[in-house]
Write a protein that binds this ligand. Structure first.
Ligand SMILES: C[S@@+](CC[C@H](N)C(=O)[O-])C[C@H]1O[C@@H](n2cnc3c(N)ncnc32)[C@H](O)[C@@H]1O
Length: 247
């Protein structure tokens, strides 16, 4: 790394630097592998939900930040599904950001803008983004540091902007079983939607909604319609808290 390298970072290495090169979305867990055979199948449950709730992703014009973007899977799968947006990814792990550069298919679309975080803090301007996504990140953030993440997301979101927090649902027994046996989750502390909602409302004003996702194994597409009818039931493997910042 050098001083002209945007991913240059002289601070402490991050936990996920150790996993970056081999990262495959926790699919080293055999129970998770029974539910779907590629990490993208799990991500696609979230991206399909996003495409339904953010129709402007189909037409372009949105500035979207994926906070804690990891290896960039959410943005890549969105683009594969036809999303058009100005994509930006940030992460506390420069190792993970380097993997975005390495794994992003050259033929797909321009590489997202990438930036390292300094703790919760990002280098972005106030009110820079129309949409922010946070997928499978908060359970890796120590509890006492989560308020700083909520505050940062509120800072970079435009008035009228939307924030989508996707998380593992601790009420789902299979989720707890898998998380307890997945190496990358060894320091994870799961959080329920109430904690996310309260965390957001402690730092700003939002209109909030919660949906539950992934009742059926992502590897069985013919069962997808069942997932949509159960979105109200707090037992899906994932949930999303959708937060709209008043305009
Ligand atoms: C399980 S991965 C999820 C990556 C990606 N969002 C996805 O859905 O594929 C968790 C990511 O959160 C990042 N992370 C961990 N602690 C963080 C923090 N305090 N702030 C921002 N990102 C963090 C890790 O570096 C890692 O890339």
């Amino acid at each position: 790394m050098n001083s002209t390298d945007p991913l240059s970072w002289s601070g402490e290495p991050a936990e996920f630097d150790d996993y970056a090169a081999e990262y495959e979305g926790g699919l080293d867990n055999p129970v998770k592998r029974m539910m779907g055979n590629s990490p993208d199948q799990f991500i696609a449950v979230k991206t399909r939900w996003l495409m339904r709730h953010e129709p402007a992703l189909r037409t372009g014009g949105l500035a979207l930040l994926d906070y804690g973007c990891g290896i960039g899977s959410l943005m890549r799968v969105l683009v594969n599904e036809g999303a058009r947006a100005a994509f930006t990814g940030c992460d506390i792990s420069t190792g993970m950001l380097r993997q975005v550069e390495k794994r992003w298919p050259a033929s797909l679309s321009p590489l997202p803008v990438l930036a390292p975080q300094d703790g919760a803090r990002t280098p972005f301007a106030d009110s820079q983004f129309d949409v922010a996504t946070v997928s499978a990140v908060l359970h890796h953030v120590p509890v006492d540091q989560r308020p700083a993440v909520y505050a940062e997301l509120g800072r970079v979101l435009k008035p009228g902007g939307r924030l989508y927090v996707f998380e593992h649902n601790p009420r789902n027994p299979l989720v707890r079983y898998v998380v307890a046996r997945t190496p990358i989750d060894r320091n994870a502390i799961l959080l329920d939607p109430t904690e996310v909602r309260h965390g957001l409302l402690d730092t700003g004003r939002y209109d909030l909604d919660t949906d539950y996702l992934m009742f059926m194994p992502p590897g069985l597409p013919f069962l997808r319609p069942i997932d949509r009818t159960l979105a109200w039931l707090p037992l899906g493997a994932q949930y999303v808290v959708a937060a709209r910042k008043p305009g």
